[in-house]
Design a protein around this ligand. Structure first.
Ligand code: ADP
Ligand code: MG
Length: 298
């Protein structure tokens, strides 16, 4: 059977650096910042303080001096060595860095899938470290979506059942209209009754993306979501993540090692040795590649 992909799920080529996104203004993000009246044009840089990644006006997720140590003594690995970072609401952020630089550990700690050794994580205004197990489960279920490199679908369930699984477990009614919107955008209609082993990698990742978005989380974390996909499937998933930000105001943080994937983001942050080492706005594949070269070949 030939695959049907809704044409609008495909992303036009990422825009050149500095060009407007053309999207409608986002309340709180596109308003002039307080205290800048009379300074003329507001640049993205105005959102930044001298401390990298701090003081975005409306942060949906924040890490403060986050550390994570695996093991102890001689064998201790400092996966996160004091990360300070904020992710803006309604923005698509890419995280890049060499293998072992702590990207997955950061995502897991911020998504409450792992516990940091020290420091603070705030998601959608909630200090994660103050939550008991029950509240953590609720936070993960209600406010966080996660897309894994390896899809992590339940093999015995159909695509449709996988998409609604978190809502079903929560005993919550699925928003039918939103479900149909997400399924249509992802071109999953003809595949809904199929089990994961009857789907291509790209289709499985689209199912996983639909699952992550269905609960309208405050933030979606995606850890190398295109790492196992061919370039066509990659652009479908990346195009969907981009649309979810532009059209539905979703906040997305995605780890990737591909400059062409990072170019879909509004902002790229770079990590090395468990720390935040730089960032770039309006990335293009070329500008990201250039930055990676100057940073010693991430
Ligand atoms: P990245 O995603 O950037 O490749 P990770 O966050 O997976 O990096 O890993 C950061 C560091 O922490 C690496 O040195 C890795 O070997 C180590 N690490 C990650 N998970 C564990 C674990 N469960 N036990 C011990 N060390 C780990
Ligand atoms: Mg990783």
């Amino acid at each position: 059977m030939s695959e049907t992909v809704h044409p609008s799920s495909l992303q036009p080529p990422p825009r050149p650096a500095g060009q407007s996104t053309g999207r409608p203004p986002r309340p709180g993000l596109d308003d002039p910042p307080v205290g800048t009246a009379g300074r003329g044009v507001v640049r993205d840089d105005d959102l930044m303080s001298p401390v990298p990644g701090r003081h975005l006006r409306d942060a949906v997720a924040t890490a403060r001096d986050l550390t994570k140590v695996y093991g102890s003594g001689e064998a201790a690995v400092h996966a996160l060595a004091g990360v300070d970072i904020e992710f803006a609401r309604g923005e698509f952020t890419a995280i890049m860095g060499p293998s072992g630089s702590g990207k997955s550990t950061l995502m897991h700690c911020m998504a409450a899938l792992d516990t940091p050794t020290s420091g603070q994580v705030v998601v959608d205004g909630v200090d994660v470290s103050t939550l008991n197990d029950k509240a953590l489960t609720r936070l993960r279920r209600d406010r966080i979506g996660f897309v894994f490199q390896s899809f992590n679908l339940v093999p015995t369930l159909s695509a449709a059942e996988n998409i609604t699984l978190p809502q079903d477990i929560a005993g919550r009614k699925v928003d039918k209209e939103w479900y149909e919107t997400v399924v249509a955008i992802l071109g999953l209609g003809p595949r809904l009754s199929h089990r994961p082993n009857e789907l291509s990698g790209g289709q499985q990742q689209r199912v996983a993306s639909a699952r992550a978005l269905l609960g309208r989380p405050a933030i979606v974390f995606a850890d190398e979501p295109t790492g196992n996909l061919d370039s066509k499937s990659s652009s479908e998933v990346l195009g969907f993540l981009r649309r979810s930000v532009d059209e539905f105001g979703q906040s997305v943080v995605m780890v990737t090692h591909e400059p062409s994937a990072a170019a879909y983001a509004d902002r790229v942050v770079f990590m090395a040795d468990g720390a935040f080492v730089g960032e770039m706005r309006h990335p293009t594949a070329e500008s990201v590649l250039d930055r990676m070269k100057t940073m010693g070949d991430l």
